[in-house]
Every structure is written in structure tokens, then in C-alpha cells.
Design a binder for this molecule. Structure first.
Ligand code: 5AD
Length: 349
């Protein structure tokens, strides 16, 4: 089975049955080897540096009603908030002082009616911090809106496809959302020149190994610059609140497989993984991830951005915990890389 790991490292590709073997094997020696090779490939491209992105949770107001998500519109147990433009600028200001050179504006999805307001925020950020990358994670919009935001200076866009299987997608989302529209949005983002990120929740309700294979083949073909993968974690006020969480094991296998398929991809070790275990973040990096996204949102609002239960946001998850993050990384021989960390193809020889 180790030969399959060598094969995906060399060819960046496995067929469905070969992927199935690596996704389901219970042989710890093989899984360790998978992580070891993914880590080696990540180090060949990025050394032992980990890029950081300052995450700003702009709003928990959302028009969507995704069945897994704590900020879905039918959840009446969340107090809704939207940061003001000034608050966003204060987040960036303190983030910049801390050393961040990428800001990620993430939020619930609004209709295009607020697009101009967000465009104004992006323009202002671009003007005040011309050396920083601006990443958006604001859901599905029209091509025109994506174009407008790109023109204002946004560089990157994160839009997880969540699952590539249309039936599975339909089982996790309200009827007005569709897998086809998601794919259309991802296509537009690419065409408009965004560094584009996609990805999935691992262990989401109804997910099978076949779905994961489909997701991996899609990711390989789509060639996103960024791949966000985190375990599903139940949120008690959602219809899927009783479903078991995804696992660290499956999430880190996927990090390694994606690393070997797309060697120069930017792969965050996600907050959801850190939520499952105090050393989840490090396990992710040791499996080939190379980005972390500490939270820059004002402390008073963090509890309200409750996508899932127990979401980590203290200690090294908070921007103030950067020293703690650096110390944690040092225990495995890694350090924070403070550069913008743009996608660069084939960094290694
Ligand atoms: N568990 C894990 N991840 C979740 N997300 C939303 N709800 C949950 C949950 N219950 C993820 C989705 C979305 C991202 C912003 O947060 O994948 O794309």
C-alpha cells in the first residue's frame, strides 16, 4: 500500500479504487507514511514556515439556510451582528501591527444589495494596506459582484463546494441552493483571476467514501490555489445537531492526499480541526497543511459567529495568541512565515 503513496506523490493522481484504499486502510504504518510524504512535499515547497491569515468575521447575518450551519437564517437563537466599516478597519489596523499581511473577510451570505457597501470596504482596505492580500469568503454572488470586488482590489476568494455529489449537496442545503450554481460561482471566480479556494466538510451527514473520492477528483481537476478542509462539527440549534462529528483521522488523510495531488496548494489547518483537539492544528500541519487563520474579529462578537459548537477562538486561535501559536509551532520545528504567502506554482525544483 505504501506504493500507492509513492504513486500519488510521483504522478499527483490515483484512480478511484486506489484512493479508496488510502481513505479506508486501517494500517497505521501506511497512514503515517502518507502524512510523512505529504509533509516532505509541503516542506520542499514552503520549508517549515506556516502562513498566517487574519480572519475577520464581518457578519453572522445570512440569507441561506444550510442544514449544518449555526448561522443559518432559521436559527433564532443567535444574536445577529454586522461589523461597521470602522470596526473592520480597526481589525485590519491591529492585525497589520501584529504582522498580518493577509486579511480574510468572511461572513454570512447576503443578496447583492449590500455588494456596494462591501466594495467600499475592500477599496478602503486596498488603499490603506496596499501591501496586503485581501481574501473574501462571502458565499455565492453574481458574476458582476465578484467582478466589482475584484476590481476594488480583492485577490483571493474562498468558496467551499462542500460536497461534489449533487444528491449529497441537496441533502445538506435548502431547495433554493444548487450544486450547479456553486460550480458556476467557482468557475466565475477563476475566470476573474481570483486565487480561488474550495473544499469540503469532512464527515458531514450522509457523506460516504465514494463522495470523498468524487471530491478529491474534483479538487484535482479544478486545481484551486487554496483548499479548505475541516471536520463537520454539529451545532445544537441546527437540524443536523445530533449527527456525529467528523474525525481528525479522515481530515488529516485528506490534507495529505490533497498535498500530494496539488503540491503547491495553500492548505489551512482549520479552526474546526483545532476545535476537535488541542493539538489538531499541529496534526494538520504534520499532515501537509501550511496555513493557519487566527481570528482578528472583535472579541465581543466571536461567540455569535457560531458555525458549530465549541468553535475554538481563544489562545492561539485569537490573534493575541500569536506567541502561543509560534511556541506551539516550534514544538514541531515550524515557525510563522509572515509574508503574504500568495500561491506560486511549482516553488520547488
Ligand atoms: N461544522 C463544520 N464546518 C462548518 N461550516 C459551516 N457549518 C459547519 C459545521 N457545522 C463550514 C462550511 C463553510 C465554512 C465557512 O464553515 O464548510 O463553507
Amino acid at each position: 500500500m505504501k506504493a500507492l503513496v509513492d504513486l500519488i506523490e510521483a504522478s499527483h493522481h490515483l484512480d478511484d479504487d486506489q484512493l479508496r484504499v488510502l481513505l479506508t486502510t486501517t494500517d497505521a504504518v501506511v497512514v503515517d507514511y502518507l502524512h510523512e510524504r505529504a509533509r516532505a512535499v509541503a516542506q520542499a515547497h514552503f520549508g517549515t514556515g506556516v502562513f498566517v491569515r487574519g480572519l475577520i468575521e464581518l457578519t453572522n447575518v445570512c440569507r441561506n439556510d444550510c442544514l449544518y450551519c449555526g448561522i443559518r437564517r432559521s436559527n433564532h437563537h443567535v444574536a445577529r451582528y454586522t461589523l461597521t466599516t470602522d470596526q473592520v478597519m480597526e481589525c485590519c489596523e491591529s492585525g497589520y501591527t501584529l504582522g498580518f499581511r493577509t486579511f480574510v473577510l468572511q461572513g454570512g451570505e447576503w443578496g447583492d444589495e449590500r455588494a456596494d457597501w462591501i466594495a467600499g470596504i475592500i477599496s478602503e482596505m486596498r488603499r490603506r494596506w496596499p501591501d496586503c492580500a485581501i481574501t473574501l469568503s462571502l458565499g455565492e454572488h453574481s458574476r458582476e459582484v465578484y467582478d466589482l470586488w475584484r476590481e476594488c482590489g480583492a485577490d483571493r476568494y474562498l468558496l467551499r463546494h462542500e460536497t461534489h455529489n449533487a444528491d449529497h449537496y441537496a441533502s445538506l442545503h435548502p431547495a433554493e441552493m444548487s450544486h450547479d450554481q456553486r460550480m458556476q460561482c467557482l468557475q466565475w471566480l477563476k475566470e476573474l483571476g481570483y486565487q480561488t479556494g474550495t473544499g469540503i466538510m469532512v464527515g458531514s451527514p450522509g457523506q460516504t467514501v465514494d463522495h470523498l473520492i468524487e471530491d478529491l477528483q474534483f479538487i484535482r481537476e479544478f486545481r484551486p490555489e487554496m483548499v479548505g478542509l475541516g471536520p463537520f462539527i454539529a451545532q445544537h440549534d441546527t437540524p443536523l445537531g445530533n449527527h456525529p462529528n467528523g474525525t481528525i483521522d479522515m481530515t488529516t488523510r485528506l490534507y495529505s492526499l490533497v498535498r500530494l495531488m496539488l503540491p503547491s496548494a495553500l492548505i489551512p489547518s482549520t479552526t474546526a480541526l483545532a476545535t476537535l483537539s488541542p493539538d489538531g492544528r499541529l496534526q494538520g500541519i504534520l499532515a501537509g497543511a501550511n496555513v493557519v487563520m487566527p481570528n482578528l474579529s472583535p472579541a465581543d462578537y466571536r461567540d455569535q459567529y457560531a458555525l458549530y459548537d465549541g468553535k475554538a477562538h481563544t489562545g492561539s486561535e485569537a490573534a493575541e495568541g500569536l506567541q502561543q501559536l509560534a511556541a506551539q509551532l516550534a514544538t514541531i520545528g515550524y515557525h510563522i512565515d509572515w509574508s503574504r504567502g500568495d500561491y506560486r506554482k511549482n516553488l520547488a525544483p
